[in-house]
Design a protein around this ligand. Structure first.
Ligand code: PGA
Length: 250
């Protein structure tokens, strides 16, 4: 099945008004690679300005609350992200799971709320270094995915899974290509069990220290359908070669 690649940038807690130039350069540079879906998940404070400046380019959030509104100081609902013009959101990033104690059940609820509000979802899973060293990464991440997956969204394009080993995020470390391939194959199998044949259209991204120098090798793995990119998504110079590698891989 041809799923096409998705390359999503995760700016985390980076970006002020002056950085909108980088968003623009990335959006303009990505236009040369029409076969690749490209998105930037920005801090909430930049979303509306980026959407206004770059209509048609996919801008997303990094988290949503599971409820539509209410007494949740500091939180943002899916409807609010939509209201700003976002078209997607990350849920379940390991930094949220760790910093805000988000469980699989909470992540599942967030994914469902986002999909229900019309946002596409990038749902993150990944193991700790300890789990990897113990040899349990595949069963642990499979179980995490099974417990975090929302009900079938009706359209495979609306959901992507990002496999991000926690120990590979921001460290410059990446798993072996064999380990990436084994994990993605296991997650693809998990999706088949959860959603049946239509689930084969759900993309599985790799995330964790993806750079221009390793992107081509990672995208060559059969079940890798793109990347979630942190540090290397902050500038066009670092990000666009990753988009180009995704285009070349298909
Ligand atoms: P990184 O982050 O590319 O800086 O390792 C990836 C992520 O956390 O999504």
């Amino acid at each position: 099945m041809t799923r096409g690649k998705l390359v999503a940038g995760n700016w985390k807690m980076h970006g002020l008004a002056g950085d909108l130039d980088a968003v623009q350069a990335i959006a303009e540079g990505s236009a040369a690679h029409r076969g690749v879906d490209v998105a930037l998940c920005l801090p909430a404070t930049l979303i509306e300005r980026a959407v206004r400046a770059l209509p048609g380019f996919a801008i997303g959030g990094q988290d949503v609350h599971a409820e539509a509104k209410g007494a949740h100081t500091g939180d943002i609902s899916a409807a609010m992200l939509r209201d700003c013009g976002a078209t997607l959101t990350i849920v379940g990033h390991s930094e949220r799971r760790a910093d805000h104690h988000e469980s699989d059940v909470a992540v599942r609820a967030k994914a469902a709320a986002a999909l229900g509000s019309g946002l596409d979802v990038v749902l993150c899973v990944g193991e700790s270094r300890e789990v990897r060293e113990r040899g349990d990464a595949v069963p642990v991440v499979r179980a995490q995915l099974a417990a975090s997956l929302p009900d079938w969204p009706g359209d495979a394009r609306r959901l992507a899974i990002a496999y991000e080993p926690i120990w590979a995020i921001g460290t410059g470390l990446v798993p072996s290509i064999e380990d990436v391939a084994a994990m993605h194959a296991a997650l693809r199998d998990e999706l088949a069990g959860a959603y049946g044949e239509p689930g084969q259209g759900v993309r599985i991204l790799y995330g964790g220290s993806v750079k221009a120098s390793n992107a081509a090798e990672i995208f060559a793995v059969g079940d890798v359908d793109g990347a979630l990119v942190g540090g290397a998504s902050l500038t066009a110079a670092d990000f666009l070669p990753i988009v180009a590698a995704a285009a070349a891989a298909d």
